[in-house]
Design a protein around this ligand. Structure first.
Ligand SMILES: CSC[C@H]1O[C@H](OP(=O)(O)O)[C@H](O)[C@@H]1O
Length: 321
């Protein structure tokens, strides 16, 4: 599989995640406009992937000339919750004075570094999962998509599955479909199927019942922004999963690069939550699934308090709180 985000011939090259699972294709984004549109449509998504896309977006702007900082801000602001997007832009802007090639070199180094960071963080998290769960092999629950497609390669929470599968320690994965954009059923299921890992897709609303039925040994999720106190912003539905996991004493493990920790925000209350279009809820493939013009509450993320989280694991190990 290609890298989820890459650079070739003056363009940012992405796997088009909107086309999956029906069609695997890559897109070449040659301008900041095209990159911003791809980010907003979630053609490229996932905190680590957005970090790399942000950095390479600055390279696009630097080679194009003009007001690079203004163009960089457009990239950083394309989605407000995932700190890695702005983090990647900021890292790249730090090289701007050295010229476009230096900005690109930083972005390409970030591509190389991303897989190492994800493999390391998910490796640490796999050990935390094994220490937290007695049963073997493990039955895991995944929310949203945190695999190869959410990073440049490998992934974060789903990267735990890749590590444990190599050791024969995964029985199956319950995949929350993850309404409304279905990153679970469209992307995580696709990755697990490609890897030959046993899985079942479920409605998000089935997760608590699966835990009540004793079908879940551990919940694995990613993160888009982690506050200084360990509160975690992640895909909408994560908070409810954590409440159910706490009630059923199921370990709840968050996996993310250290760059997802935002020390400037004291608690989750300070995290800006992206709200998206009502039509993501009221339409499905352009067909109405609600009354015409139905108003909607469509936050793309929620905040899980640190006290509901068994461990937040990064490439440096378990995050101290
Ligand atoms: C490995 S970070 C993935 C993270 O990003 C997802 O959000 P989105 O699909 O909107 O980019 C979700 O919160 C995942 O946990």
């Amino acid at each position: 599989m290609d890298r989820t985000v890459d650079w070739a011939d003056g363009a940012v090259v992405i796997i088009d995640q909107v086309a999956l699972p029906g069609r695997y294709r890559t897109c070449r984004l040659r301008t900041v406009d095209e990159l911003v549109d791809a980010i907003r449509r979630l053609a490229v998504r996932g905190a680590p992937a957005l970090g790399a896309a942000g950095a390479l977006g600055v390279a696009l702007a630097a080679f194009a000339g003009g007001d690079v900082r203004a163009e960089a801000e457009r990239v950083a602001a394309a989605r407000p919750t995932a700190v890695n997007l702005r983090w990647g832009v900021t890292q790249a802007l730090g090289r701007l004075d050295a010229g476009p090639e230096a900005v690109l070199a930083l972005g390409q180094a970030m591509l190389d570094e991303d897989e190492r960071i994800c493999r390391t963080a998910s490796g640490h998290a796999a050990e935390v999962v094994l220490r937290s769960c007695a049963r073997r092999p493990l039955r895991l629950l995944s929310h949203c998509n945190t695999g190869h497609l959410a990073a440049v390669a490998w992934g974060t929470a789903l990267g735990v599955v890749w590590h444990l599968r190599e050791r024969g320690l995964v029985e199956s994965v319950l995949v929350n479909e993850t309404r409304p954009l279905l990153q679970g059923s469209r992307l995580t299921a696709w990755e697990l199927a490609m890897a030959g890992v046993p899985y079942r897709v479920q409605a998000d609303g089935a997760a608590a019942f699966a835990m009540a039925r004793g079908l879940v040994d551990c919940v694995l999720v990613g993160a888009d922004r982690i506050a200084a106190n360990g509160d975690v912003a992640n895909k909408i539905g994560t908070y409810g999963l954590a409440l159910a996991a706490a009630h059923h004493r199921v370990p709840f493990v968050v996996v993310a690069p250290e760059s997802t920790v935002d020390e400037s925000i004291a608690t989750g209350a300070g995290i800006v939550i992206e709200e998206r279009s009502a039509t993501e809820l009221t339409e499905l493939h352009g067909r109405p699934v609600a009354p015409a013009g139905a108003p909607a509450f469509n936050p793309a993320f929620d905040v899980t308090p640190a006290e509901l989280i068994t461990a937040v694991v990064t490439e440096h190990g378990v995050l101290a709180r």
